[in-house]
Write a protein that binds this ligand. Structure first.
Ligand code: ZN
Length: 214
């Protein structure tokens, strides 16, 4: 962890350096790390208090690999919003821990080449529930399609989409506990693959203390 200076407000900001972006906790500027300097990309909203049991700094395990929560993006759609936590593993691997309608998934970004048929963005709107996608050698079917806005963020991130019209987000279910998300924006698609997890399987440490819990 290194201390940087926020280029917008001058506050000290600590970054692990494992991911390119950080949010200043004083002025909410999204900052892109360039060597020792931080470039101010724009301002993000503050994450509203949503009584999540997780918080920045919470640690846990996924398949016996230890990780820490280093950032959070709050995503919003027409009927609600949810958290996606940027997860930094001890071996520097990055994952995303997301809440999906009361369940939890751990996802890892894949090269778009893993998507065997790459739908172009102007065809993304033609994707329907139950359509089949092959990602690497795994079969997935579309379970949910929605337009999503990146709403707020904190901590360290791999990226943030300011796009006013939002991104088209498609959730897919695979065999057993398999889960994937495709995020379409302009002419690109980001591919995330992983699985459902049990909250307790992560053996979290440093959970937020919520009144009325425990
Ligand atoms: Zn700042």
């Amino acid at each position: 962890v290194k201390t940087y200076t926020c280029s917008a407000c001058g506050a000290g900001i600590q970054l692990s350096g494992a991911v390119p972006y950080g949010v200043c906790s004083f002025c909410q500027s999204l900052l892109l790390r360039r060597d020792l300097l931080l470039e101010n990309i724009g301002r993000v909203a503050e994450v509203p208090d949503d009584f999540s049991p997780l918080q920045l700094g919470t640690t846990g395990y996924f398949e016996n690999q230890q990780f820490a929560l280093v950032g959070r993006v709050r995503k919003r759609w027409d009927e609600g919003s949810w958290n996606e936590w940027c997860v930094l593993f001890d071996d520097q691997r990055i994952g995303w821990l997301a809440e999906v309608q009361g369940d939890w998934v751990m996802l890892f970004e894949q090269s778009r080449d893993t998507l065997r048929t790459i739908p172009v963005a102007d065809r993304a709107d033609a994707i329907n529930v139950d359509d089949t996608f092959w990602i690497s050698n795994k079969r997935f079917s579309v379970s949910d399609i929605k337009r999503v806005h990146y709403n707020a963020a904190e901590g360290e991130l791999t990226g943030f989409q300011f796009c006013r019209e939002g991104v088209l987000s498609i959730d897919l279910r695979g065999e057993k506990l398999g889960f994937a998300t495709l995020e379409f924006q302009e002419n690109d698609v980001a591919v995330f693959v992983g699985r459902f997890i049990e909250f307790d399987e992560c053996r979290f440490v440093g959970l937020r203390e919520l009144e009325g819990w425990g």
